[in-house]
Design a protein around this ligand. Structure first.
Ligand code: NAI
Length: 308
């Protein structure tokens, strides 16, 4: 199985690293516009093979899309990341041009590929990739919910003092500091609702920390995060390539689901070899429905900026 990652920066290279050492794909191609950069990252990752025990072939190319031919999955991380104080939305103009060109280029050599969009503002970039390529909606997946849900589970794990892997929780809605919706009501620890253990006040704090999870790291690091984003992309790619049919919150094109149309937004999806196999209809309460509608309006507003 072959994966191409466009953008060999922090997120792209971390994703390549995780895919390799977990043996998720047999071949990874990193592509970047910066001369020699992807080649360097690929060599560095390949030189981990003997000490971490993987056999994935990793290569890097500068702008040569012919080397990406026959990719089963293409991940788009190319673009600029956030700086402290910036919102994801402020990246729109620059990243829109990049994502559109990249999506068109990869399809010339991998017409059957599934595209995973990571570049921000991710929901809008996913929508743009879908419209620009005309691909069926199951083959364009925006990665945001996997990361946000992972951050949510981490903050819940800290509040509960229990392992994050014993906690089940999901974030839906837009991938923005004010648009994402951590579903606290449905979060559980080994099947027991976390509301049994945590007060409303603590849960509100966990949700608030989750929502600004990315901004907190941007403030600490001086640029946006990469370990958890890279691992989250790899988790998603694994479910596609190995047809795991995991339920993952992803930004996908909705046609009536959750009362919304003509946007890409985070909803619970079954992810397998065809990309988005199914959108799950979880029963939201009135308050959650209202938050989702507000989030969808914000995402729609951001998409409108593409037209201006
Ligand atoms: P980075 O700056 O480390 O890497 C971006 C790479 O893209 C650079 O190496 C650059 O040379 C390359 N690039 C730019 N234009 C290109 C083009 N036309 N073709 C090929 N390569 C090109 O940035 P980082 O931290 O890796 O973030 C990448 C993107 O992912 C940003 O837009 C960031 O906001 C987003 N992001 C999204 C997350 C999500 O959950 N969806 C999480 C974290 C970051």
């Amino acid at each position: 199985m072959k994966v191409t990652i466009v953008g060999a920066g922090n997120v792209g290279a971390t994703c390549a690293d995780v895919i390799s050492y977990r043996g998720i794909a047999s071949e990874v191609v990193l592509l970047d516009i910066k001369e020699g950069f992807a080649e360097g990252k690929a060599l560095d990752i390949m030189q981990c093979a003997t000490n971490t025990g993987f056999n994935t072939k990793v290569s890097g190319v500068t702008n040569d899309y012919s080397k990406t031919a026959g990719s089963d999955v293409v991940v788009i991380t190319s673009g600029i990341p956030r700086k402290p104080g910036m919102t994801r939305e402020e990246l729109i103009g620059i990243n829109a041009g990049i994502v559109k060109t990249v999506a068109e280029n990869v399809l010339k050599f991998s017409p059957n590929t599934i595209i995973v969009v990571v570049s921000n503002p991710m929901d809008t970039m996913t929508y743009l990739a879908l419209k620009a390529t005309g691909l069926p909606k199951n083959r364009i997946i925006g990665m945001g919910g996997a990361l946000d849900s992972s951050r949510f589970r981490t903050y819940l794990s800290l509040a509960l003092d229990k392992p994050a892997n014993d906690i089940s929780a999901m974030v839906i809605g837009g991938h923005g500091d004010t648009t994402m919706i951590p579903l606290t009501r449905l979060a559980s620890y080994n099947g027991i609702p976390v509301t049994e253990f945590l007060s409303e006040e603590v849960l509100q704090k966990v949700a608030a920390d989750t929502m600004v999870g990315g901004a907190t790291l941007t403030g600490l690091l001086g640029t946006s995060a990469w370990y958890a984003p890279g691992a989250s992309v790899a988790f998603l790619v694994d479910s596609i390539l190995n047809d795991q049919k995991k339920m993952i919150a992803c930004s996908v094109f909705v046609e009536g689901e959750y009362g919304q149309n003509d946007i890409c937004i985070g909803v619970p999806c079954i992810i397998g070899k065809n990309g988005v196999e199914e959108i799950l209809d979880i029963k939201l309460n009135e308050q959650e429905k209202a938050l989702f509608a507000k989030s969808a309006d914000a995402v729609r507003g951001m998409n409108d900026a593409l037209k201006s």
